[in-house]
Design a protein around this ligand. Structure first.
Ligand code: PMT
Length: 403
């Protein structure tokens, strides 16, 4: 979407409703027409007069308002919108939409519109994590609704965790730039990110130092490039980039299963996760006691997710990463060839390098022997450059040739 668009902004009853005023202001500043629709609950948190003054339009609140319906009925409003953004979207609102209720103006509009619907969830972290909310979000996403956020951080209830509404600037960027046509418009990109955890007993696991920053930066960049993005992530403390669909996993086996469940729809696969190569052979149901002087753990190979994707027929354009301490280029080229990849991104690891850093330095290799180096830069910038290369080299952008 570009500026000059008609945004129907739904505001529901959460404390984050105070941010809706700023959201209206920013959307107007970017040239959008904004029509606010408030729920009854929203009125407890923010006055209609504020939103009316900022949007320059009377706020609509009631399905049964005869005067307002005479001016622009709910069906007309649904047709008027180029997109519907509900911010904040409470757990209650998400549940109602998932169940197709139509007992107030906002839920009725959402049923009556064929414009894209975006939700900016805002709720307590436990409400967000509740299986009912997870299932409702899954239902809505499967119907094509896009979730923007939530963010992670301090919450109004005093707790910390996922559930904060994204800041208005991030929502506007997602709405106006995230869906902009780009070189990967119409394509689906799957990215793995973060570490895996391989349980030893109920309190211990094997893991690594990956923060997920590189993979999440790639997901945001793929979205900026216009793609539909599936992000399969190990345990990390990062917010989901706006417009990205995230699937959380813990172990290499779960990652493998999540990837293969959706890979058939994907045009590109990027393996940025630091996946365990080995996992404990046995899981101790009870905590292992420190009785003996030493302990030996038997480890078995974990599934190689990347090699599994590369072996599919047909397969997506398959991009691996190589994290190496030494002989970076040699080891990376060996992985590129052994796993039959289309492209590999090599990074040198060590104290303050690659893992859990904001910057990175990479060397990209292709099977035809060509390569390209990128000096130290923020992961966000590298991610944009890598996605541009992938779009061109894969031929998916329509401008390039598959090597
Ligand atoms: O997450 P950050 O803190 O931002 O750090 C970024 C990073 C260093 C993790 C990232 O840039 C990176 O290099 N990711 C790959 C790490 C890794 O596991 O490299 P590897 O050389 O061991 O694996 C090679 C490739 O095989 C990788 O694409 C990996 O995802 C994949 N693999 C590995 C093992 C396995 N069992 N399954 C796999 O799919």
């Amino acid at each position: 979407m570009t500026g000059q668009q008609r945004v129907l902004l739904g505001v529901t009853g959460g404390i984050a409703a105070y941010k809706s005023a700023e959201l209206v202001r920013l959307l107007r500043e970017r040239g959008c027409e904004v029509q606010v629709v408030m729920t009854r609950g929203a009125r407890e948190f923010i006055g209609a007069a504020t939103l009316q003054a900022l949007s320059g339009r009377p706020v609509r609140e009631d399905l049964w308002d005869a005067a307002a319906e005479a001016a622009m009925g709910h069906i007309e409003l649904a047709r008027w919108a180029d997109c519907v953004l509900i911010a904040p979207a409470t757990a209650q609102c998400i549940a109602r939409l998932a169940h197709g209720l139509a007992d107030d103006l906002l839920s009725t509009l959402c049923l009556a519109t064929d414009a894209p619907v975006y939700l900016a969830p805002a709720m307590n972290r436990l409400m967000w994590a509740h299986p009912a909310t997870r299932a409702n979000c899954g239902t809505l996403e499967a119907r094509g609704v896009t979730l923007l956020g939530p963010g992670i951080g301090a919450q109004a209830c005093g707790e910390t965790g996922p559930g904060r509404m994204l800041e208005p600037e991030a929502l506007v960027a997602a709405l106006l730039e995230g869906a902009a046509p780009g070189p990967l418009s119409g394509r689906t990109v799957m990215i793995t990110a973060g570490p895996t955890r391989e349980p030893i007993d109920p309190v211990r696991y094997l893991t690594n130092r990956s923060s997920g920053k590189m993979g999440f930066a790639l997901a945001a960049a793929a979205r900026r490039a216009g793609a539909r993005v599936l992000l399969v992530s190990g345990p990390v403390a990062l917010s989901t980039p706006p417009g990205v669909e995230r699937i959380d996993v813990e172990t290499a086996a779960q990652l493998d299963e999540a990837v293969h469940a959706r890979i058939r729809d994907c045009d590109v696969f990027i393996g940025a996760a630091a996946v365990a190569d080995y996992r404990p052979r046995d899981y101790a149901e009870q905590k292992i006691k420190k009785s003996a002087a030493s302990l030996t753990l038997a480890l078995d190979r974990a599934p190689d997710v990347l090699a599994g994707v590369a072996a599919l027929e047909p397969r997506p354009y398959t991009v691996g990463f190589a994290a190496e301490t030494n002989d970076v280029e040699r080891h990376a080229r060996e992985k590129l060839e052994r796993k039959q990849l289309d492209m590999i991104v090599a990074n040198r690891v060590g104290p303050g390098r690659a893992f859990d850093t904001d910057d990175n330095e990479v060397l990209v290799l292709w099977p035809d022997g060509s390569q390209q180096a990128f000096g130290q830069a923020p992961k966000r910038e590298l991610a944009d450059a890598l996605l541009a290369l992938i779009a061109t080299r894969s031929g998916l952008s329509g401008h390039g040739m598959r090597p």
